[in-house]
Design a protein around this ligand. Sequence first.
Ligand code: HEC
Ligand code: HEC
Length: 573
Amino acid sequence: MIRLSIAVALVAVFCPPDARGQSSEPKPTEGLPVTDPLVIAKCSTCHKKDDKGNLSRISWERTTPEGWEEVIKRMVRLNGLTLTPDEARSIIKSLSASHGLAPEEAKPVAYMPEHRIVDEAYPSEVIHSACASCHPFGRVASFRRSPEEWKLLVDMHEALYPVTDLTAFHRRRSPGAAAPGDNSATPAGPPPPQPVDQAIEYLTKTYPLETPEWAAWRARSRPPKLAGKWLASAHIAGKGAYWGEVNIGAGAAPDEFTTTIRLEPIGGGPVIERSGKVAVFNGYAWRGRSTGAASGSAPGDIPAEMRESMMIDPDQSQAQGRWFWGSYGEFGVDVKLWKATGVASIVGLDRPSLKAGSQTQRIRIVGDSFPAQLSPADVDFGSGVSIRRVVSHTPREVVVEVDVAANAINGRRDISVGQAVLPNAIAVYDRIDSIKVIPGTSIARLGGASQRPKGYQQFEVMAYNRGADGKPGTADDVELGPVEVAWSMEEFYETFGDDDKEFVGTLNPSGLFTPALDGPNPQRKQMRNNYGTVWVVATAKSEKDQNGRPLSARSYLVVSVPLFIIWDQEVAP
Ligand code: HEC
Ligand code: HEC
């Protein structure tokens, strides 16, 4: 009850916006009018409409479809809004277009709807602890707001979660200290602003309501015309490279589509066939789901249902993103689509690298509309690689045999077949200098004993050549693809004698980590839960370093308790 009245006061504060223009405050930001009759009908009962068509609060914010979904869910949960599922979908679609992000603004936070676990970059440590200790900073960076709205957002946090004030927004200062924790006798100058004030200042400057990108997108945006054949290249962690096609058909509305998906492992194996539905928000945000036969019931097997989150390029010729599944969206397909235009194009190769000095290497190039006549002179692999012969060719695939000169320069090469070019498609290397475990840091979640599911983690390995600078571990290292490794876990020494690696879970021979059960473990000191931190170690089966030791690499894995509250970031057709 108290919560609700504070919340209602927050609406009132900003209602009507004109009233504040009278004071000596800086001129208030112009709002973005709401014209959709359904949004006006449903929201204006509490969010007052002004004479310019602005709805209080709503007109001074822009965000992603997921951002709008979350706001609207709270309006229903806490503030008394009622909507049918159809109305909710329609309002999210409408606000995502009239009050959305430009593609350039959405791209840096695409990992949020794509459910990728990433190491976020923070503007500063202070803002990290103020605004990204409960949720990812990506949630913050998914919004654009007027200065007033950034302040009201802080009020919303303080009203709903009063503890925020003490734990994140403000720091207690010892009298006379220059900064929190500063115990020096002679404080220099005034104390720094409180974390929350530093955050508001940064957010107001960095994520304003009006931006050149948004102005450009409002002019440039056009309805998605996606129907037709699209070529696909994909990578599934733990399974490898795929190619194929997605046929897109018209759906129930002009911005909705149906899909027929076929993905084939480039190295051979079972084909993935699915059909799906897609809704496109704001002209570029692809949100879909597909169904198909499950490949099995083990963790990481291709499931009966997958979700899709992709970004369509503004010219509508390409799309890329992630299709995902698993309780935390932890399994996924990295996907890139190109609209098939009938012009020859290369989608991929059956291997990522070639060793210098190797002979008669057979390579399969897959793509579309390859020429009917093809001689070795029509195929090019760049310097130091000669085409011995074209073994076979069809419009969809070309098989060639190549020789690689012993002195070929290390590095990536473009591949061309007739007029088609795939840039940086294959690497040539003299030796493998290092390997890396991907991802470099990650999180898995215990589960299964409580009502919460486990969160798995699939690891992969990537081999590298030292690149032009001759030094391994630098930015110019050349990716060569996976190598055979043995997987193991090592203790990450953090808490003395806790033996995490005996308890957190198991790693199988293909690099899939399965976390242990959650809940107190009687076998463990102090009945601790099975949480912990470990190194995941990959040791190459044949590649050695300069001293004759097997190449190895490790990755930091945190095995945590289940996520008990999931703020869903999922918009789907
Ligand atoms: C029954 C009253 C009510 C209705 C109807 C309502 N809201 Fe709200 N809205 C509130 C209250 C109260 C707040 C302030 C507390 C909060 O943020 O939850 C608020 C805040 C907001 C905010 C600011 C939150 C932020 O991010 O800081 C947005 C945006 C918003 N509402 C959007 C909507 C939209 C869109 C609709 C219509 C689909 C809607 N509201 C309908 C009561 C309502
Ligand atoms: C104590 C934990 C906590 C901290 C600290 C925190 N947030 Fe949040 N934030 C939440 C929760 C929980 C929600 C979801 C509220 C809901 O929808 O019920 C949320 C929602 C949001 C939203 C979505 C807004 C909306 O209207 O739904 C944004 C944007 C946001 N936070 C930004 C920030 C910023 C900026 C800061 C730092 C100034 C911050 N958060 C600090 C817990 C936190």
